[in-house]
Design a binder for this molecule. Sequence first.
Ligand SMILES: C[S@@+](CC[C@H](N)C(=O)[O-])C[C@H]1O[C@@H](n2cnc3c(N)ncnc32)[C@H](O)[C@@H]1O
Length: 229
Amino acid sequence: MELAKRLAAAAEYVPAGSVAADIGTDHAYLPIYLVEAGICRRVIATELRPGPFRSALRKVDEHKLNHKVDLRLGDGLKAINPSESDVIVLAGMGGNTIREILSASPEVLSTVKMLILQPMADPGDLRSWLAANGWRIYDERLVEENGKIYVIIAAVPGCEEVKDSVLLELGPRLAEKKDPLFGRYLEIIKSQYERALAGMRSSNSAAAREKALETENKLAGIRRIAGCQ
Ligand SMILES: C[S@@+](CC[C@H](N)C(=O)[O-])C[C@H]1O[C@@H](n2cnc3c(N)ncnc32)[C@H](O)[C@@H]1O
């Protein structure tokens, strides 16, 4: 099974011999890869929607892996029990969707040793949630695929010391280790904020003015970090 680069990068964090749970598996590419590569002895894969669930079933059948990939139709972590998996992967969803899925099942999370997250948007909100809920950002990585840059976050139970809140927006481990794509990633985030700010400034509402002020502060922080790279 050949994986997309962002999923291959997520797979690299999965500890050998672990039982992983892939939440929102879609075609079950990641679980099939993890068992075929001998990284996991078993993978639980969950899917919310019946259509993708059926495609996952077909793929797992094709690869004759029904005894190793345990497919479940259900909402987020509600489809798994505490202590069933060591590692949870949530990839290809928005950061706030990931956050909501994690928040909804504290009893499952309390038995998990690692979270591997690949948010498609709002990674800052997700990192803030991790830091506020007893997760330390163990490592982060950027990968480029088809002209887009994706972030992968690996978190373990612990305390994330927040020295600068802007770093939660940008990725504290990405900044520390000077990820090779970090400079370009910063430019992309900076332009997103600049565009959003221009929209806010064109509105006269008090709420937009307040949001614009908050965004200007964030932008100043991003420019400061970019200047240090
Ligand atoms: C864009 S796909 C990503 C698939 C795969 N994880 C990847 O990264 O390529 C997101 C999948 O998550 C599923 N999904 C969304 N919310 C979910 C939830 N609460 N529980 C389980 N699956 C969910 C969607 O149905 C969809 O198949």
